[in-house]
Design a protein around this ligand. Structure first.
Ligand code: NAG
Ligand code: NAG
Ligand code: NAG
Ligand code: NAG
Ligand code: NAG
Ligand code: NAG
Ligand code: NAG
Ligand code: NAG
Length: 501
């Protein structure tokens, strides 16, 4: 057999460039995604999307043959080891994934060292913005957390808000919420900000959150749906939900199921929760739909049904990761095509990576723009409760990253976003001052009875009080929280964690 096929192969190798228009290029792709179905970006969800892209690309780029190998990335170092092991033999030409920050850090560093392009729909943390050295080959096909923060920046400017309390739930594993709000903190450093952690212990007291942070106008949260509800109930009970504060929840990945009564639990607090949620707004990804998307979405549904996936209720739902990895292959193919036309090969990783940047392609759900730093430009939507009676939500505003425009929709009620600044706060401060005046009055009677001494004491006391109050205010609002918040959010940058590991 081999004796006969060998000449045939030789013939094909020699003449195939002549027989077909474009030369055949075998492209080794290594996809590093978890096998565990409980992730939104597990292999079983993302693989059909990558295959879909592969099929579609066959028409546009008949010369490209993608050989896609899936490797497990269930545990933090699996992905890194898989890359190292595979590369002993032959280095991949393209890496897709990993998504989770701690895994991505190691893999992207090694790949960048080897000049292998990496495209991920994850690695959304702020640290991955640094493309100068360690993450030089990383292209992010999904909008990072800093891009998400742009919608907050736009809102703060539009509605003239001044301060924010960032509340995040810390799971001490993937730390998605931590990294989400780190993006906000990074972009909006010039605003007055406080940071608080929601601990996962059942004994955590939600009421305590609002004991100390009353003067923060906007509360930006990232936490599980049940925790958000607890926080909103606590805020409602402290009467913070009637316009004195704005509440935001960042929910990027499970956006489809949000708005379907997430305040509703069927318990005795439902009614209270509905009222509280009237002042809760949610930032999610902007959804766009185009005709091809219908087919894609149906195919994804079909392939997961065929697999009969275990431990995965809504696997058929297309999410940002599924879309992203589809578009990743499309982006790579167009960059490689362009690169080869100008004389480079698939091994010129740096050249291909740079051609993926500052580029717009037609993705499965709409246009995908990668900025000059290799990061996807993000479009986001703001959802708010538009009917307090039924507790239903609508998209009230959109943010477009490409032209940085914040677009208000007719459903938006501007009074809903107008802070009722607590005018009575200075009044209250005066009241607090009054007891000292009252004390002064009784001291005054002392003046008439005694001598000038009483008046001197009164004046001294008044100045002491005043200075004391100013000092306290400086200490609580000034430098101290500033350094604390920096410390809190910076202590765990991907860099420090991984250089320690
Ligand atoms: C999959 O991940 C979930 C959540 O991280 C975990 O609870 C579960 O044990 C994992 N399953 C397997 C088979 O590892
Ligand atoms: C919020 O509403 C309650 C009852 O309507 C009222 O007592 C409270 O003073 C209001 N709080 C603010 C800050 O406006
Ligand atoms: C999405 O959110 C709903 C409600 O909060 C929850 O029941 C569901 O498990 C979530 N799905 C995923 C994939 O996280
Ligand atoms: C809410 O969920 C129910 C049942 O899951 C579904 O029938 C309904 O269409 C959903 N509504 C919205 C607005 O998503
Ligand atoms: C999607 O389109 C392809 C080709 O255009 C077709 O073969 C396939 O049946 C379509 N799938 C669905 C679910 O309509
Ligand atoms: C591609 O790589 C080769 C060798 O690795 C190098 O000689 C060539 O200059 C590179 N081409 C481009 C366009 O970067
Ligand atoms: C991005 O591309 C545009 C043209 O498409 C070009 O004018 C611009 O200089 C490029 N920016 C960078 C930073 O390369
Ligand atoms: C920004 O871009 C979006 C979508 O491309 C468009 O709908 C919107 O009108 C643009 N806004 C401005 C101010 O150009």
């Amino acid at each position: 057999m081999a004796r006969f096929t060998e000449p045939l192969l030789l013939f094909l190798v020699i003449f195939s460039p002549v027989l077909t228009d474009s030369p055949t290029e075998e492209i080794e792709v290594l996809a590093l995604l978890p096998q565990n179905n409980s992730f939104l970006f597990s292999q079983s969800r993302v693989a059909p999307a990558i295959r879909y892209a592969q099929d579609r690309l066959r028409a546009d780029h008949p010369g490209f043959h993608f050989n896609i190998h899936f490797e497990d990335s269930d545990q933090v170092n699996h992905a890194l080891f898989a890359l190292a092991d595979r590369s002993c033999d032959r280095k991949p030409d393209l890496i897709l994934g990993p998504v989770r920050e701690y895994e991505a850090a190691g893999v992207v560093r090694l790949a960048s060292h080897w000049h292998i392009p990496v495209i991920s729909a994850g690695a959304l943390a702020t640290a991955f913005r640094d493309k100068q050295s360690e993450y030089s080959q990383l292209t992010r096909i999904a909008p990072s957390y800093v891009k998400m923060a742009e919608i907050f920046s736009a809102m703060f400017e539009h509605f003239t808000w001044r301060s924010a309390l960032l509340l995040y739930e810390d799971d001490r594993r993937d730390r998605d919420c931590y990294f989400t709000l780190e993006g906000v903190h990074h972009l909006m450093d010039h605003y007055d900000m406080e940071v608080e952690t929601i601990h996962q212990e059942p004994t955590f007291k939600y009421e305590d959150i609002f004991k100390t942070n009353l003067d923060m106008e906007v509360v930006i949260m990232c936490a599980g749906a049940d925790r958000i509800r607890e926080i909103m109930l606590a805020a409602h009970r402290r009467q913070l939900t009637n316009g004195s504060n704005m509440f935001f929840n960042v929910d990027l990945f499970n956006a489809s199921s949000y708005g379907n009564g997430s305040w509703r639990r069927g318990d005795e607090f439902d009614d209270e929760a509905r009222q509280a949620y009237a002042s809760l707004n949610t930032v999610t990804l902007l959804r766009t739909v185009k005709p091809e998307y219908e087919n894609f979405s149906m195919e994804m549904q079909r392939s997961t049904e065929e697999l009969g996936l275990y431990g995965c209720d809504d696997c058929g739902n297309v999410n940002m990761f599924v879309e992203g990895f589809h578009d990743a292959l499309v982006l790579y193919a167009s960059a490689l095509d362009e690169c080869m036309k100008s004389g480079c090969t698939k091994k010129n990783g740096t050249e291909i990576t740079s051609r993926m940047w500052n580029r717009t392609i037609e993705g499965i759900a709409g246009q995908v723009s990668i900025d000059a730093n290799g990061d996807r430009v993000g479009d986001f939507s703001l959802m708010a409760m538009t009917n307090v009676e039924t507790g239903s939500y609508e998209v009230v505003a959109n943010y477009f990253g490409k032209n940085k425009s914040f677009q208000l929709l007719p459903a938006l009620r501007s009074d809903h976003f107008t802070l009722k600044r607590r005018q009575e706060v200075p009044e209250k401060e005066k009241e607090v001052e009054n007891p000292s005046c009252g004390l002064g009055v009784s001291a005054l009677t002392g003046v008439t009875v005694g001598a000038v001494l009483g008046a001197v004491m009164l004046i001294a006391f008044y100045f002491f009080r005043k200075n004391y109050r100013i000092t306290i205010q400086r200490r609580t609002r000034g430098d101290e929280p500033e350094s604390v918040k920096h410390h809190q959010l910076r202590e765990d940058s991907i860099r420090s964690n991984f250089s320690a590991a």
